[in-house]
Design a protein around this ligand. Sequence first.
Ligand SMILES: C[S@@+](CC[C@H](N)C(=O)[O-])C[C@H]1O[C@@H](n2cnc3c(N)ncnc32)[C@H](O)[C@@H]1O
Length: 270
Amino acid sequence: MKISTVDELPKFSDWPAILLGIRPQPTIEQSPNLLEKFKQNPGSRLEDVDRWAAGAATNTLASVDQHIVEMTPEESHEAYIAFIESALVPRLPATALVEIGRGYGSVILGLARKAAFQDIPYFVADSTPTAPELAGLIAKEEGIRLTTGSANLSSHPVTDLEIPDGALVYTAYAAHHVETLSDEFIEGIKALKPETVVHIEPVYEHCDPSTLLGLLRQRYIEACQYNRNLSTILHHHERLGSLEIIQESRPGFGPNPLLAASVIAWKPRG
Ligand SMILES: C[S@@+](CC[C@H](N)C(=O)[O-])C[C@H]1O[C@@H](n2cnc3c(N)ncnc32)[C@H](O)[C@@H]1O
């Protein structure tokens, strides 16, 4: 790992040039077909899928607090899981661990290997049809009992999973896909009767416009039509008395420095 600077970003990503109007914005990238690859490679483990998902890059830039750091994709992924672990551990114990918008389950399956998350049922839900199948297959290979279902962060309730009351519900890089979150998002999560909800998400309102990196982050979120009102809607609902924000931390880690995640934790009220 090596401390780098924002000046190095163009060596690792086309996005600074795209955001400055020097290059055209690409159409949405096709993600690799991880489910097919997993089926074609019997006995594959979580690390294999994480490696396929990371692609061919040998080194990558990540943001760690105020720093830009050059690291390998493996180091970046490990740091990402550790960042999520550090956001969730203070919210334990809980009756269940629930991830909404979990992709192929990389995060929850990574957490399930950590000491703090033993002896707790794991639930995951996503809006895509292939994600549950792949998450289920990897979990089976890892010997982890995972209940999978479907979810929509704009629906009430947010998932069809039958979750015990008092769960720890989290999202990680999932709510940012909803450009404008509505009241349904809050009410749909509250309907699960969680003890605590934690969002490990890029927060538009946390991008610091007094810095170059902050401005680039704002433009990146706007260009990709990612979410812009997560903090705003949570504060609105706090004022209404329907929830209490118990933590709101500035961007702490980003596998992509232009899309670093903050942590916001809240508890239902009312
Ligand atoms: C970038 S992936 C993140 C996956 C995982 N949480 C992680 O951190 O590795 C975003 C996931 O959110 C899901 N997603 C996007 N919009 C959603 C929505 N409205 N409701 C539920 N899931 C959604 C996508 O299908 C995808 O699996």
